[in-house]
Write a protein that binds this ligand. Structure first.
Ligand code: ATP
Length: 269
């Protein structure tokens, strides 16, 4: 139960097409992870094209790192194991060795598999000098030893995918084991437009709804912020209806909700 999720590839329910923007990130993940997992024969000659054992996704919160990890497993036809750095270190003081062995042997059985380590900085953060808890240090060393110990046959089919908002906190030894680092940036206006189009695709919006205007008005929003904004805006017509009912308004049949206007979004900011 130190693992927060284990999901077979067909059951994750998220594909690359569900993620707005981040085209460069998807392309990089395709080359680094999907192709080597799906077409290992293309990567088994010579030394240049060895599949990498670890990839780091870093960038501000809410930019879609977890979503990318899940979609990657779908696209690669791999199982998905998810662990969270902070849970691992806080819950399992003292049992580092057993725990890490169990994790890696479990992963070997599930290969091809993506092992997603969210908040990788808490598990594998820089050595904290005298203040660091002994158990955290042991856990990190065990984890790295088990990672190095993956047999080369397995390493093609087990990918450790770390995510962090704090890449500068990572230990050098960890950085070396995550040779591919991909920056997941906040979306610019064009990319916010792509993300908003995904969220609003099935919503009842006014016919001349200015999605471009909304994208321009949400500078600094992450994908996650945009989603929360859309949810808050979508609630406004519901709230209006509830207010009318409170005032005693009666209907013959359940009334349709009014379509969403740009103003709903501006008011929800
Ligand atoms: P954190 O660093 O805080 O863990 P994260 O980068 O892992 O955040 P996610 O958990 O993947 O971010 O994103 C949160 C939610 O925001 C997702 O479930 C999704 O609904 C939405 N989201 C973020 N980015 C995108 C995107 N590019 N396209 C579609 N949805 C997105």
């Amino acid at each position: 139960n130190f693992i927060s999720a284990v999901v077979p590839p067909g059951e994750i329910g998220i594909k690359f097409e569900d993620i707005g923007a981040l085209e460069d990130v998807k392309t990089a993940l395709h080359e680094l992870a999907i192709l080597p997992m799906k077409r290992p024969e293309l990567f088994s000659h010579g030394n240049l094209l060895r599949p990498c054992k670890g990839i780091l996704l870093f960038g501000p919160p809410g930019t879609g790192k977890t979503l990318l990890a899940k979609a990657l497993a779908t696209e690669a036809g791999a199982n998905f194991i998810s662990i969270t750095g902070s849970t691992l270190t806080s819950k399992w003081f003292g049992d580092a060795e057993k725990l890490t062995k169990a994790l890696f042997s479990f992963a070997s059985k599930l290969a091809p598999v993506i092992v997603f380590v969210d908040e990788v900085d808490s598990l594998l953060g820089a050595r904290g000098g005298g203040f660091e808890h002994e158990a955290t240090r042991r856990m990190r060393n065990e984890f790295m030893a088990a990672w190095d110990g993956l047999r080369s046959k397995d390493s093609q089919r087990i990918l450790i995918l770390g995510a962090t908002n704090r890449p500068f906190d990572l230990d050098d030894a960890v950085i070396r084991r995550l040779p591919r680092r991909i920056y997941v940036d906040l979306p610019d206006a064009d990319n916010r437009l792509k993300i908003l189009k995904i969220f609003l695709a099935k919503e009842n919006i006014e016919p001349d709804f200015d999605t471009r205007g909304l994208a321009n008005a949400t500078e600094g929003y992450s994908g996650s912020d945009l989603k929360n904004l859309c949810i808050a805006a979508a609630y406004r017509p519901v709230q209006e209806l509830l207010d009318e009912e409170k005032k005693g308004k009666k209907y013959d049949k359940t009334p349709a909700l009014r379509p969403l206007s740009l103003d709903d979004f501006i008011q929800s900011k």
